[in-house]
Write a protein that binds this ligand. Structure first.
Ligand SMILES: *Cc1c(COP(=O)(O)O)cnc(C)c1O
Length: 528
């Protein structure tokens, strides 16, 4: 991308022991160090100015054009660049073509601004390079992890003082675990549910050992299903694929009918219900299932109740809004993402279990790590090697306090409510799903078209309008809302988690959408 100076050829870099040693134990030379410090200082202490100046869609360059610069598939034998040059490349060539998710105008996804201290903490965690798979490579971090897990478990299940005193550092029990992300957290919860349902009995050694065929035979069934709320996340389908249940056995239902549906399925003796999954904040609309009701029905029927609170979990930190998740304490397991509303850097998932013993159903030992009775956290987790995300979460909880997080949660929900009111007031828009948490959906609905009777054709037309508006707004590069389809209606989706996003900004975004519509209503734009 950059022109080489034809007269000056830099001394060739070589991969020798001297260079290698330097990369391990000594900092770069002074000019390299100066460059690193300059950028790191901006990143560590002026993160948002830095992002504003360096990151974001500032020009319309297509991915296809960009990809032309990323064609070389050889690894050079000798080093190509020094650290200072690599850093310059990252800042000058890569960052501007990344996405400024920290902008308060970027309100389309669950990825947003993070507090600057997260970058410091992530750097320290990287520098310590602990591996929490086992005590031998993490020591105090393993006990700290158990403590943090107990803190969040308490937030969800609020058991007795004695319960937490007993289990916080018990090497035999576990209250949950860190995972790579929400997908793996959901998978882990269903893995446990599956192994509990198809546990060893009589001669049968359990599904984990003998596999699905032997398990179904031992239990006299032909199929396992999970019942999932309508807007459930697709990660639950992946989980059922991996677990051998089959993803077409994920049955999406209206949770209002749960009781009858369970009754019906139970008539068929060949089908077992492995779990019911309620969502605390669906990815598309932020809707929360009636967790208390679901919990009661699952208890009556002795069915594993999993709550996917990947998004909504931290709402529990808000005294004002934690009631929205009432019933989560009746669950058997809960998924929460750290990289969503705990505002941690990518990525951190977590899964929690009501019973401190239930993770025994997925225990694995090996001779060199994860010995029985040790604190080795890798014994009961899908991942082997794992970073010390607990260090980041624990520090963040100390820096923010539950009150700090509550401010973020409350701001998101209350700004979403204000935004919904604004949308309802405007003649060229229609609110589709009102916010329960901090997510809402709406669409451009020009008032001239509101006079027409509802029809498939009209909906089609509106769908095209909204696809076009969303695309053109994204390409203009100032604001970003996302787009999804609910019951054949193309909607604009807004997630409000950036504390700098306010109603004025949201009004600007609506103004821009109106303008884009007005400018393009007569053109035959390709809505894609
Ligand atoms: C984000 C999300 C997931 C998946 O989490 P990842 O961390 O993206 O794997 C699952 N369920 C819900 C409700 C989510 O919002």
């Amino acid at each position: 991308m950059k022109k080489e100076n034809p007269i000056f050829t830099p001394p060739e870099l070589v991969a020798d022991w001297q260079a290698l040693k330097r990369t391990f134990i000594m900092p770069e030379n002074d000019s390299g160090k100066a460059k690193l410090v300059k950028y790191m200082e901006q990143i560590l202490f002026g993160l948002h100015d830095f992002l504003k100046a360096h990151v974001g869609i500032t020009e319309e360059i297509s991915l296809k054009d960009l990809s032309k610069n990323f064609m070389d598939t050889r690894i050079s034998k000798n080093p190509q660049k020094k650290l200072a040059d690599v850093i310059t490349d990252l800042i000058v060539d890569i960052a501007p073509h990344a996405v400024n998710v920290a902008s308060p105008y970027f309100i389309g996804h669950m990825t947003s601004a993070i507090p600057f201290f997260m970058v410091h903490l992530k750097t320290i965690a990287a520098a310590l390079n602990q591996n929490v798979v086992k005590v031998e490579t993490s020591k105090v971090v393993s006990v700290l992890e158990k403590q943090v897990l107990a803190k969040i478990h308490r937030l969800i299940y609020n058991k007795s003082e004695d319960f937490y005193n007993e289990h916080v550092q018990d090497t035999q029990t576990m209250l949950g675990g860190f995972t790579e992300d929400g997908t793996i957290a959901n998978l882990t919860a269903l893995w446990v549910a599956r192994n509990v349902l198809l546990a060893p009995k009589d001669e049968f050694l359990g599904i984990e050992k003998e596999g699905i065929h032997a398990a179904y035979k031992a239990y006299g069934i032909e199929r396992c299903v999970i019942l999932l709320s309508k807007l459930g996340h697709y990660s639950l389908k992946k989980a059922c694929g991996i677990l051998g249940i089959g993803n077409q056995n994920v049955i999406t239902i209206d949770m209002g009918n749960l009781k009858n549906i369970i009754k019906e399925i139970k008539l068929d003796k060949k089908t077992a219900i492995m779990a019911v999954v309620g969502i605390a904040g669906t990815t598309e609309t932020g809707t929360v299932d009636p967790l208390y009701k679901i919990g009661e029905i699952c208890h009556e029927n002795n069915i594993h109740f999993h709550v996917d609170a990947a998004w909504g979990g931290p709402t529990l930190l808000s005294e004002k809004y934690r009631h929205l998740l009432k019933g989560i304490e009746l669950s058997d397991s809960v998924t929460i993402d750290g990289h969503k509303q705990f505002y941690m850097p990518m990525t951190c998932g977590m899964v929690y279990f009501n019973s401190p013993h239930v993770l025994d159903n997925i225990v694995y030992h090996s001779n060199y790590v994860n010995r029985p009775g040790s604190v080795d956290l890798g014994m009961k987790s899908l991942a082997g090697s794992r970073e010390a995300n607990s260090l980041i979460l624990d520090s963040a909880l100390k820096i923010m306090g539950s009150g700090g997080y509550a401010l973020l949660i409350d701001h998101g929900i209350e700004t979403a409510i204000k935004f919904a009111e604004e949308i309802k007031k405007r003649k060229n828009f229609e609110l589709i799903t009102a916010p329960q948490l901090n997510i809402l959906t709406y669409r451009v609905f020009p008032h001239s078209l509101k006079l027409e009777p509802p029809s498939k054709e009209l909906n089609q037309k509106l769908n095209d309008i909204n696809r076009t508006v969303q695309r053109l707004q994204r390409e203009a590069g100032k604001s970003f809302v996302s787009r999804t389809t609910l019951n054949d209606i193309v909607v604009l989706r807004v997630v409000i988690m950036n504390p700098m996003t306010n109603i004025n900004i949201l009004n600007e975004i609506l103004d821009e959408q109106e303008e884009i519509y007005e400018r393009n209503k007569d053109c035959d734009c390709d809505p894609q």
